[in-house]
Design a binder for this molecule. Sequence first.
Ligand SMILES: Cc1cc2nc3c(=O)[nH]c(=O)nc-3n(C[C@H](O)[C@H](O)[C@H](O)COP(=O)(O)OP(=O)(O)OC[C@H]3O[C@@H](n4cnc5c(N)ncnc54)[C@H](O)[C@@H]3O)c2cc1C
Length: 386
Amino acid sequence: MSFSLTDEQRQVQDTIRRVALEKVAPRAAAIDADGAYPQDMFDLLCDLGLFTLPFPTEYGGSNSMLAACLAVEEFCRVCYNTAYLLVVQWTPFSAILAGGNDEQKKRLLPGLADGTLRMAFSTTEAQGGSDVAGINNRATRVDGGYRLNGAKIWCTNSSVSDFVLVAAKIVEDGESEPKRGAINLFIVAHDAPGFTIGPPENKMGARGVPSCPLFLDNVFVSEGDRLGPEGLGFKVVMEAFNKTRPIIGARGVGLAQGAMELAIDFVRERRTFGQQVSNYQGVRWMIADMAIQIEAARNLVYRAAAMVDDGITGQELSQASAIAKTQATDTAMTVATDAVQLFGAAGISNDYPINRYFRDAKVLQIVEGTNQIQRNIIANNLIGRS
Ligand SMILES: Cc1cc2nc3c(=O)[nH]c(=O)nc-3n(C[C@H](O)[C@H](O)[C@H](O)COP(=O)(O)OP(=O)(O)OC[C@H]3O[C@@H](n4cnc5c(N)ncnc54)[C@H](O)[C@@H]3O)c2cc1C
């Protein structure tokens, strides 16, 4: 296994770096401040043809998770929200690719690839997001399909999406307790009768892409809108997410890199006691520690992505992906916190960009399986469970 970059991957990195600096960076502060969906950034990603980047070439992708990580890293270095637009589109793409049948793939993947369709992915409910097996939303079997009932929270991208992949447990009519863990995803159209999307959360970070509650009141979905075999579809999709988890780590690496660069620029300019703040050894060591942590995290993320590209699966990949996600997002938080410290009071002011990095970094430790849940995965792989 190797993760030295191919010519094609370097080309992706160079192109995205240039676009990110020229076109995305100037928009980043306003997207965060307004908390409005950045349609112009979505259009830019469409024009660049990036919505299939990690996926097989038959869908127009590069078939490279490492290339996807490089792209996300470069965008996140300047704008968390633009990188997020890619990741929220990749999640349903990856779910349908892993768990969908031929008809579902034909119906949905081309539109997701060219950006004419948008989708969202919803498991989290009010009583908890970590315990996915404990969800309460139900799909009651009826003639020709299912009736979905329940509510969801924190469904990102839902208010701008054409379809939402909703996780629910299948029950027979009149059955009161669904089986724990037997979950499927259902393709629910934005305008399906009985389906309502609530107002977006007012978020501290990740402010450009809306996260909303969903309400399902007897929503009919046909058999053809169930992903995968009954009771098994969700498991297939969750296993596929081991492959995309390095991307979340790449968001942490890019964010940390951007925060460190801003801190370096600031301490070089700022003067106290008659000299540049960057002259003080304590400050220099803080910057050095940032670089050490970022490089370590980057290597873990690239390694996990290269494992995906080399076809490694199962426990070996789940361990590497969980370690990479945890280390990279914890690094993002540590580096962003220290960067705010180096800005002094300016770090608290919304007139400077650094507090945006701090707020976005916190989100990364919580989403896609909190870092405590990742540590459970890592420990279970090492120790097992009695
Ligand atoms: C910006 C944002 C976007 C999101 N987008 C989506 C989305 O698109 N779709 C979606 O379905 N969800 C989404 N979520 C929800 C996210 O997946 C959940 O917040 C996450 O899974 C944690 O669930 P929770 O918030 O209910 O915390 P809980 O599960 O209630 O956990 C609370 C705390 O307890 C800890 N904890 C829980 N169980 C354990 C355990 N066994 N061992 C140790 N610690 C534990 C957790 O780590 C956490 O610190 C989003 C969240 C955010 C913040």
